[in-house]
Design a binder for this molecule. Sequence first.
Ligand SMILES: [Zn+2]
Length: 246
Amino acid sequence: MAGAPDQRQPGPAAGEQLQQPQVSCQVFPERLAQGNPQQGFFSSFITHNQKCQQMLLKTVETNPYVKLLLDAMKHSGCAVNKERHFSCEDCNGNVSGGFDASTSQIVLCQNNIRNQAHMSRVVTHELIHAFDHCRAHVHWFTNVRHLACSEVRAANLSGDCSLVNEIFRLRFGLKQHHQTCVRDRAILSILAVRNISKEVAEKAVDEVFESCFNDHEPFGRIPHNEKYARYAHRDFQNRDRYYSNI
Ligand SMILES: [Zn+2]
């Protein structure tokens, strides 16, 4: 993220809501005014913040999706610094996280991230946006198809639509459940950060779906669970070694 050179515009590239009901948390330029830590030693903010930092540390050190994405960011010249590029904050509504393109920061909503697995999914999802931001000139604000593509990729590759999550959402048995889940979640993510109609969001997602659903970089496959993510990480490291020897 640090190396992404393109023009930054104020505001978020994406805000995520990982649970129903649909809400938005897109007003990131004002986020520094929120969540003032001077609320007393025993305030819930401090507890939430410390817990968020601890979960983030564990995710960064152990989760194979995140480890692969961090390696890929470094490989692309956008090395991620945990202190500089992640921020645990209170967010409005039911939002879990977001990627703030103006500061190249991933916002983790400490009041809404429920557990370690949730933290890992949010970090993975947002790192996919950060990866897209690093590798391409993404016009997050002026081209809804760019946002749609990154949301399709994030939903597809982050585990947001893994079978366990889907069963949890009582959608088991739906035909092509993975693709359907990816499409639905991409549309919801766009609607959470853009004041556009559902029809416009659906059209944008449908226009980019095939190419972006089949773009599995940097995983090289859809990592349906942690085991596949570990394989993908191993392959990425080998690919890295191969190219560095040419
Ligand atoms: Zn997203």
